[in-house]
Design a protein around this ligand. Sequence first.
Ligand SMILES: [Fe+2]
Length: 435
Amino acid sequence: MKCCHYYEFTEQGDQVFSVDVAAIKFGPGSLAELGSDAQELGLKRIAIFTDRVVAALPYLETVTSALRQAGIDFDVFSEVHVEPTDRSFKAASLYAREGRFDGYVSLGGGSVIDTCKAANLYSTYPADFETYVNAPLGGAQPVPGPLRPHIACPTTSGTGSECTGIAVFDYLKLKVKTGIASRHLRPARAIIDPTTTYTLPATVVAASGFDVLSHALESFTAIPYTSRARPKSPSLRPMSQGANPYSDIGCEKALQLTGKYLVRATRDAGDREARDNMMLAATLAGIAFGNSGVHIPHGMAYSVAGLVRNFQPPGYPDNEPICPHGMSVIVNAPSAFRFTAPACPERHHIGAQLLGSESLDAGAGEAGTVLAQRIIEMMQATGMPNGIGGVGYSNADIPNLVEGAYAQQRLLQQSPREVSRELLSQLYAGALSYW
Ligand SMILES: [Fe+2]
């Protein structure tokens, strides 16, 4: 078992951590300043990536008029697939290559921002699709160098994708989610305007808010960076370094904000204090997990989302079954944190406290139970599915869910306790229902 203590240095363990962040502009009205940011980056012809839902909202007009006023040419790609796939990444990359753009703007949720990262990558360094995809599903080749400037403008308070170098997609032939990870994928800038979340449906606010909560908790409880082997060369130090003193700052603040505001932001679209603060929490957690890494709940989520049948929550496209990312994560979280708590009970206890748990006197042996209970209370208060059973899975599905999750070794290796196939079966069984 690995302890979450930074001062237990070992002979082979790393003693160095790095901090990579996008330049960030945050606040109501910041989106209208986009033209000036694009000018500072020297951009002349921009591809704007968005999806059909966002394209019908006024924010796209804010972006295009800001670019027009700055005298910058642009074209709009509004066909981003929500929960993107290898097929939709390829279509976006083809558009980017043919358009000969010198920069990119993404306006939307994580799906849009991730698609823009992939399109920027494959148009700048064309290669077979598998080349840069995470091992073992892809070749995991390093991205050869810097990409063109990408200004990410999130319109949901969730993924934190504007702050990370990760792009996630559904690999259709394998029915599993995986991704591409490189520091070069991190957007050059993020313009985070919380007014874009004021019109979001409650289910979207809740699902994306639980993504934030789990980013922060997973990063906070990940293996400490000092227990990961020292890289052979500094350039090989991974983005997912493990928990470190810098990511802890973002995690703790994001957990406190999520505990205070997630339920309020979900229940009342007019509660601007709550919606603004959830946007800030998403950004802080994004910076944190982009430098430390997530673990079991996200590893388990990829197959929960990838194998979904007949599940269509309100507020999402209704043309195909979908388990939104944040929902697919949080249905595993109570089960996963009950398991990880014995590795670092203090951190699980702090997490529960920051989220607003009232069981403050619980002993170390109860940290996992207390944390799980607080997450479950918040799930019930916001209409989340009751575990993976609430998304439509039963005991019979567990072997297939395990196969998809076990492939996520990049994430599972960040867990403070070792994860086998058998253990994943137990964790999915524990996640079937919570109340
Ligand atoms: Fe996530």
